[in-house]
Design a protein around this ligand. Structure first.
Ligand SMILES: NC(=O)c1ccc[n+]([C@@H]2O[C@H](COP(=O)([O-])OP(=O)(O)OC[C@H]3O[C@@H](n4cnc5c(N)ncnc54)[C@H](OP(=O)(O)O)[C@@H]3O)[C@@H](O)[C@H]2O)c1
Length: 303
């Protein structure tokens, strides 16, 4: 990864003797180029975004040990408002993703953004918000979108479809000779590579996309069986797939300890997918990036 910020997290810790949970970085950026705060920076989309930014960026993480080389780091938790004020100091633009199944983290981040005078929020939402009727996960993202829209801060909404990275958990199963167990039926849908979402996020953070909502998809709809065949071929193993009903998948999630509200939302998403409602293909990635989105085979090929 190319260096993005100007201060190594480890240098910063040493130089400022900050407590491990909060690194005060505002002093280092005051009076310089506007700062972008990237949440989810250790994840798929935020990590890709950082690779595409050529301006100063600060990453938010709950764990200082996950700091990336060459990037300013703020240790904070979207669930902990007190940790966000120092992380947001001096920030002009925010890439906001919140992986927790609750709007509270988004609410905390927007509050901190308003306090800090942030001028633009790019929110990682979901294609689910465009479906009618709204699936439970779509309703969750719609609530976050409303919080951001109502903030008075300029916004851009990214609404991606199924991530190719969701299938990474199949690798161990296939390599062990076990089937990919899924509840998506024969439905075809176009996966999107989170790297493309990160690249789009970097583009829109550059300005000119305020007030826009983009549905981001790949262009090649594939069923689970077809995806598994591509992945298995790459791994050099047999492709085995077992379909189950969404209710059965939900029972399995509950048995593994998943909170009932989340398990119900995932079952609901499987039902929407089986019905073909998430199979939408948009030209938006191509239009924004000036090239085709990376297909599922591209993502597998890069493993
Ligand atoms: N998967 C899909 O098909 C799909 C489709 C549409 C939308 N989405 C949305 O995309 C997002 C997931 O993106 P992703 O795959 O890039 O994420 P990811 O790779 O799963 O990474 C999760 C990130 O969230 C951070 N995080 C977790 N809890 C946090 C907290 N309490 N406070 C601050 N940061 C926290 C983690 O940072 P640290 O561990 O470093 O703190 C990590 O960087 C979700 O919001 C999901 O709803 C997913």
């Amino acid at each position: 990864m190319k260096p993005l910020g100007r201060v190594m997290a480890t240098d910063y810790l040493t130089a400022n003797h900050c407590p491990a949970n909060v690194l005060f970085v505002a002093r280092l950026t005051k009076g310089t180029t506007p700062m972008i705060l990237v949440t989810g920076a250790t994840g798929h989309v935020g990590g890709a975004l950082l690779r595409h930014l050529s301006v100063p960026a600060r990453m938010l993480t709950r764990d200082a040990a996950r700091a990336l080389p060459g990037v300013e780091v703020a240790v904070g938790d979207l669930a902990d408002p007190a940790s966000l004020a120092p992380a947001f100091a001096g920030v002009e633009k925010l890439f906001l993703m919140d992986p927790v199944f609750s709007p509270d983290g988004t609410r905390n981040a927007v509050h901190a953004a308003k306090e800090a005078g942030v001028k633009h929020i790019v929110l990682l939402s979901s294609i689910g918000v465009t479906l009618d009727p709204l699936p439970l996960l779509g309703a969750e993202h719609a609530e976050r979108e409303a919080i951001v829209r109502d903030s008075g801060i300029a916004w851009t909404l990214l609404r991606p479809s199924h991530f190719a990275t969701n299938t990474a958990r199949w690798i161990g199963e296939l390599e062990a000779g076990r089937p990919v167990v899924h509840a998506d039926g024969d439905a075809r849908y176009p996966t999107i590579d989170p790297a493309d979402i990160g690249e789009v996020a970097a583009l829109v953070l550059g300005g000119g996309h305020e007030g826009r909502a983009y549905v981001l998809t790949g262009e090649e709809p594939l069923s689970v069986a077809e995806q598994a065949a591509v992945l298995a071929a790459r791994l050099g193993v047999e492709a085995r797939v077992t379909g189950v009903a969404p209710e059965q998948a939900e029972r399995g999630m509950l048995a593994s300890g998943m909170p009932p509200k989340l398990a119900a939302a995932i079952r609901d998403l499987h039902e929407a997918t089986r019905a073909g409602r998430t199979g939408v293909v948009t030209p938006t990635v191509r239009e924004l990036l000036g090239r085709a989105p990376r297909g599922y085979a591209d993502w597998v090929g890069a493993l």
